[in-house]
Structures are given as C-alpha cells and as structure tokens.
Ligand binder design. Sequence first.
Ligand SMILES: O=c1ccn([C@@H]2O[C@H](COP(=O)(O)OP(=O)(O)O[C@H]3O[C@H](CO)[C@H](O)[C@H](O)[C@H]3O)[C@@H](O)[C@H]2O)c(=O)[nH]1
Length: 338
Amino acid sequence: MRQKILVTGGAGYIGSHTCVELLAADYDIVVVDNFSNSKPAVLDRVAQIAGRAIVWHEGDLRNRSLLRQLFDRHHFAGVLHCAGVKAIAEAQRLPLKYYQHNLEASLTLLDVMAERGVQRLVFSSSATVYGEAARVPYREEAPLAPNTVYGRSKMMVEDVLHDLVQADPAWHIAILRYFNPVGAHPSGLIGEDPSGPINNLMPHICQVAIGKQAELSIFGHDYPTPDGTGVRDYLHVMDMAAGHVKALQYLSGESGLLTLNLGMGRGHSVLEVLRAFEQVCGIRIPSRYVPRRAGDLACYYADACRAADVLGWRAKRSLFEMCADAWRWQVQNPNGYE
Ligand SMILES: O=c1ccn([C@@H]2O[C@H](COP(=O)(O)OP(=O)(O)O[C@H]3O[C@H](CO)[C@H](O)[C@H](O)[C@H]3O)[C@@H](O)[C@H]2O)c(=O)[nH]1
C-alpha cells in the first residue's frame, strides 16, 4: 500500500516540483495550501504530469481544526512542510506576518502531528540561517546567525525541532537548508510564478528575455569575487525535489534529527548565469550594473557532502539545464498560471 504524505505549501514553487517527485516515487499525497502565493491551477498541472489526481485542501496551517480534520480523514505516514512566506524585504517590514506564517504555523502543525502520533517530518529551511559570519563553503555545523527576519523565522523553527527531538527521540525529522533553487520541470508545465515584485535573479532574467523588462539590473560588480558579481549556489528545482524524496525515505528508517544542505556544492556568479542563459536560449539579455542590493553577501555556496554521504543525493542538472528549463516554462507560460 502506498504511503500517504501531507505536503504543506504543495502548490508553491518548491512544493509543486516536490509533489511531482513524490508521485513519481509512488507516494500518495494530500496538499494543504492557503494559495497566498500560488494558485490551485498548479495542482492540475502536477496531476497532468503525474497522470494521477491530487487531493488538496485550501487553508491556513494556523487553523488547528482544519489540521485536525485532515489528520482524522487521512492516515499520514509523514509531512513535508514547505509552506511559508519568503520575501526578505517584506519580512523586514512585516515581522509579525513572518513569525505568524513561518513560526506559529509550524508550531500548530507540530502540535497536531504530536497529538495524532505522526512524527516524521521534512522541514524547508534556508541557507540564509547561516548569516554573514559563516565561511564558504557552508557546512551544516557552521554557527547560525541570520541577519534578516525571514532567516530568523526559519532558525526559530529549527530550534523548536531540535528541542522536540531532545524531548522525544521518537521523532524522525530532516531539516533541509535550501540554497538557490532555479529552473522548472522539463515539461514546461510547472515553474516559478512569483506574485508581486520579483526579487530573484532567474525570474528577472526570464522577464527581460521575454520582453517584459528592458534590462537586467546587476546588483554590484565590485564584490571580492572573480568577476566582481555575487556568487550563489544555484540548484535545479527538480534536483531539490529529489532531495526531499530521499530525505523522506531515509526517515522511514532513522529517528532523530538530520540537518542537510541542499545545494550543488559550487557557486556561479551573476555574469556566469547570464552568459549561460544567453548561450542556451540564444537571446541577448541587456544588462546594467547598479549599486549593491542591501543585505546581499558577496559569495556563498554549500558544502554538499553530507547529503551525498547520508542520502546518496547529489545535484545532477547543470546550470545550462537550469536556464533551458526556466526559459521553456517562461515561453510556454508568459503570464504564469493565469
Ligand atoms: O535582479 C537581480 C536579482 C539578483 N541579483 C543578484 O543575483 C544573486 C542571486 O540573487 P537572488 O535574489 O536570486 O538570491 P539570493 O541569494 O539573494 O536569495 C536567496 O537566498 C536568500 C538568503 O540569502 C533567501 O533565502 C532567498 O529567498 C533566496 O532566493 C545575488 O548576487 C543578487 O545580488 C541581481 O544582480 N539582479
């Protein structure tokens, strides 16, 4: 019999790609999403790719009675907790919103899981928990010192999970610290569809490529990096999705707490990403140097050894595939899921 997994935030960018991988790995899934930054149409596309219908519920994780109903109706073998809010600048303006949606929602979910005896969890954290002080490549043991509200909201949940496992070693928990997910499912049916202002590099490049923006602003070219632009660990979202499935499978045998970086283990500069995109897509992307963006670090990337050692997981897809898949999604869906 198939195991059934609750996926919170399953209509989001990472959640939706992870649903595809879960279904391919023969899990049953139930999605709960408040659609604050996504649309139900995403789940139709996931079902189309998988060739299977998807059960989903609209709702907020802080709604304890909704969660209780879900856990009563379904027998869950585990939870993938991808739901959350993630805009760094907005978090600085609206800290309470971020603590409510990222921390309070997680507490409510954990409470209902404990109540119903479901103790297997994969949690979406972020490399941003490491902060400025960490040395590259970031290892999981590096001290945490996030410099944003968003980062602190993720770190707080990590702390709660540590305390939970200390108190009751029967929990099986994996914390996944994401580096920079980009790209899309190769079908072009699902991808990143940011609502509101676009913050991240790859969606910006796609917007310029499709003619919705005149040029790409490159934030800073005087960083202490080989070409002066910021360096990040870009990871294909399908590789990231596969990492979730591996973590979930690992947890079926192991209890305790496992913290893992999900990254390629190498960095690419803004200019490298831009050139790769131009080469793969055959489009010139006009760009202009502008001052550094406040809060950006010069360079960081993952030490990805632990995920390889413990899960046997490695990123397989190249920067070229990330660009090609992001572009296919953009061309096939110029207005996202609308
Ligand atoms: O229009 C843009 C957008 C980005 N960049 C540069 O591209 C790189 C990547 O920027 P992103 O905004 O794509 O990614 P960040 O690394 O800044 O942000 C990521 O890491 C953050 C933590 O540091 C949060 O986790 C966030 O959600 C996640 O997307 C940076 O050097 C940035 O300065 C540009 O030059 N121009």
